[in-house]
Design a protein around this ligand. Sequence first.
Ligand code: NAD
Length: 499
Amino acid sequence: MNQHVKTLSLPAKPRDFGFFVDGKSVAADGREVFERASPGHGVPVSRVPKCTPQDLDDAVAAARRAFDDRRWSGLNGADRAAVLLKAAELIRERQDEIAYWETLENGKPISQARAEVGGCIGMFEYASGLARSLHGDSFNNLGDGMFGIVTREPVGVVGIITPWNFPFLILCERVPYVLASGCTIVAKPSEVTSATTIMLAEILSEAGLPDGVMNVVTGSGSSIGQALIDHMDVDMLSFTGSTAVGRHCVKAAAGNFKKLGLELGGKNPQIVFADADLEDAADGVAFGIAFNTGQCCVSGSRLIVERSVAQDFEKMVAAKLEKAIVGDPLDEATQIGAITTDAQNATIMSYIDKGREEGARLISGGTAVDVGGGQYIAPTLFGDVTRDMAIARDEIFGPVLAVMPFDSVEEAIEMANDTVYGLAASVWTKNIDKALMVTRRVQAGRFWVNTTLSGGPELPLGGFKQSGWGREAGKYGVEEYTQLKSVHIEIGKRAHWVE
Ligand code: NAD
């Protein structure tokens, strides 16, 4: 059982993490290191090595060997499932420790980090079942002389690149599914949030994963990340991050035609009809933008609300946002933590300035919050937002919500779809016809009706339009990491071509 520690303190000194290749942790040794300061406190907490190109080659070679000699893909599903279940157990044992490092490096509230790690345990448990149930198809209708089988085979060496907003959760929405398929992995976490990815590699090793199946390289995106996406011995890439870097992945895939899974940005609508339970909707909309300080690819950053209730509703949302507790991420009571990077902090503040300059009406927030160290921004609500404004169009990746009224269902759908993205959307109404019509016609890979930001291991994740390619999680997630092989089996004597 986890002991929920009430008061957590900062580490006495930064902790050194090694990267992980071929079943072993590798210390920085002579390499340069990246030192990470906790965004909630401004105090150095961790150091990771900056891997060299040779380190990356070693990691890919280890994953290649582990794939080619079938030490993992050649096991039966039950044996793979046993490793995944053991990993789930070990994550449960280390839940508090993982959550602590997630909070230190990312700045998210500790209670939230703990819940996310809890969700990751479920991912491993669910994927363990998929390791056993993954199957192909058969065709018994090809006539007496032929039998057809379709098998699923693991794609090979998979590169996994993750962002800093949910370092452990996003990783665990991929790793157990990739492993269930029989593939091997080289993961590259964001340079600012690498600790928990390294911990997962250690946990998997302890759970009995053969050496070389899970490798982790650390370092910057422009050096080691770019080298990973360009690598000719990587068969598939799962990239989660910005649409801009997603484009680099598409270009890099031209090298060896590696398969791609891309989970990119979003500018997600929350559509609120006058007939919704407005109390619920206000709470959900506030949560949808302020959770993880709006640094979610699926944050509901556009509030598209029926004009007849817009004025009252924006007040209700503002009241919720003003009441939510912004504070030290290590404090159990905190609901909104720190902004994860200095660059992101500057970006969010510049969008708040832009909103004012472009004539939007600031309803609440709009300022930095002084918590006595670190960087914090009050959740911010803008009214009178028009579609051409930057705060209505760009993914801000921060707690900034743009209110835009509509007059008809058609207009709401059209406004919701007026974006290059198609990651997620929510609709709030008690009218089933409207809910279904909007669900069908809004272009988004994830949809919520009278709720937002919920999820679990069963349902797939991914986007329409410029929000990405492919799906992660659920049975669909495992299937992404397989390729199909058609097997034709002739039965009996062949009808000869040459007599
Ligand atoms: P980012 O694209 O800057 O970085 C993501 C990862 O890519 C990091 O590990 C980074 O080191 C690496 N990277 C950077 N440049 C690279 C390059 N040239 N080649 C290879 N790798 C490179 O994104 P971020 O700032 O970490 O995260 C924010 C973005 O991620 C937002 O746009 C957000 O919408 C998106 N995101 C999407 C999802 C999703 O599931 N769709 C989830 C989380 C975040």
